[in-house]
Design a protein around this ligand. Structure first.
Ligand SMILES: [Zn+2]
Ligand SMILES: [Zn+2]
Length: 117
């Protein structure tokens, strides 16, 4: 009977340590996952917060360079972006919005490609 007590407490300590350890790893992973970036739909510039993005003027604004502020791209981060007007694919928003689009609503090459969500 006397031998059973230490065995149980050691098991309990091991289990507790395991829970603390695994929860610690989980929160560390969660912290890294929260490192999110926000992209401008017009120029593809990356910002660490929406506030920074929407407070800075955009050089590729549709009304003209620096005539307006960056617009938040509300789609998810992808490995490949598709133009919503012509369907061409680009590896980044920055590359996509730098090139004129033949299917642009304002007319052929009257504006640049725009990423689909
Ligand atoms: Zn921009
Ligand atoms: Zn296009």
């Amino acid at each position: 009977m006397k031998n059973k007590i230490p065995t149980i407490s050691i098991t309990a300590i091991c289990l507790l340590a395991l829970i603390i350890l695994s929860s610690g790893i989980q929160s560390e992973k969660g912290g890294k996952m929260q490192q999110k970036y926000y992209y401008c739909e017009y120029c593809g510039h990356r910002f660490p917060s929406v506030r920074l993005l929407t407070s800075a003027p955009c050089v590729r604004h549709p009304d003209g360079p620096n005539k307006g502020r960056h617009k938040l791209y509300e789609g998810t981060e992808k490995s490949e972006y598709t133009c919503k007007y012509c369907g061409r694919k680009f590896p980044s928003i920055m590359l996509m919005t730098a090139a004129p689009c033949v299917n642009h609503p304002k007319g052929p090459n009257k504006g640049n490609h725009s990423p689909a969500l």
